[in-house]
Design a protein around this ligand. Sequence first.
Ligand SMILES: [Zn+2]
Ligand SMILES: [Zn+2]
Length: 443
Amino acid sequence: MMRFVVSMLAFLALCSAPPARAELDVARLKAAIGAAIETDYPRLDAIYKDIHAHPELAFQEVKTAAKLAAEMRALGFEVTEQVGRTGLVAMYRNGAGPTVMVRTELDALPMEEKTGLPYASRDKTTWQGRETFVAHSCGHDIHMASWLGTAKTLVSLKDQWHGTLMFIAQPAEEIGAGAMAMLGDGLFTRFPKPDFAFGLHDGPFPYGHINYRVGVGSSNSDSLAIKFHGRGGHGAAPQQTIDPVLIAARFIVDVQTVISREKDPIEFGVVSIGAIHGGTAENIIPDEVVVRGTIRSFKPEVRTKMAAGIERTAKAVAAMSDAPPPDISITEGAKAVMNDPALVATAEKALKAAFGDKFRTSPPVTASEDFSEFANSGVPSMFFHIGVYEPERVAAALNGTAPPLPPNHSPLFAPVPKPTIQTGVEAMTLAVLSAFDQRAPGQ
Ligand SMILES: [Zn+2]
Ligand SMILES: [Zn+2]
């Protein structure tokens, strides 16, 4: 009986086995990718340090884009410039198969770099009418070097995949406008809409490590501005006034009940009032007060619920004081990045095999990222993070024996270039290969 069951099971296993499909030979590929980067690294290092020393701000990335365009043309990509003002699209066709998009950002930040590195930026430019230093303190230069290295590695491995590479360099991520600008300029109509998209970001954790998530990876970010109207008058005769300071104060307290009583406590949602402006002197009740804040959430339904609650609370506190209705403006910012479960599952297999427990899941970040626009346009996407610092320094900072390491946007943010870029290239190349493998031609 036992033998019968065993042979039946073996038979069923044979019947239900999927048609034979090439699995990625990750160990062999990782070795090949590693060797390719080792040879290519001096070129990448020179480009990285040049871009780092000469950063450009949102929608001013003309020289940066030209440098990337020249490199991609030299690799055999067909390059279109000025997509979404300063963005570029580089296509590489290699037979029938899916189109896989890889995105880098181009822009830097209006701030002074204080790392003291030999290749630190001393460049200045004009931003919002004022002269400012410019620095790659978010590490978008690391992303560009990884993007170029990935392109070259994938071209050198072109017998391993079939389909089209769509490498895009996006402007103005820091102001949350570049992805929309490229989409608005026909990114998915003038060029093929990709089957899959990948992006990466660096962060202040050990190099060689990769953090990822299934589902939501960063927050929706919206801003609120509410002007409460009252009736101004003497502080000693409040009965003749409608006091907008009191209305605003009530709003600031009551709006937190949207979070604590209306939103599901298991779901992430934050409202923070960061500015309140009203009044001039202690004995004058002003006629208006403006309140500004930020709203963060992961899920669209939580976002909608919070916006409705905020609006209702603002109107209600005004009505309680018999004040005119307030002017309410809730402005949508970047949306949450949603990592596609099927795409992540495929990449996960390859990256787990290549990086072991250095490839691990992490909680979503409450910061925001406009890579979300591509996923929201219907492209299954994956966004992951790579570390930038020496593992020993990170460990010492964590156990308190060394000072905390500078995060992104710090004037001291200083990734260790070689291992960081190498990990970026290895991880991105394997992720792209896994996506091609998922939909090999004829399947
Ligand atoms: Zn940033
Ligand atoms: Zn960034």
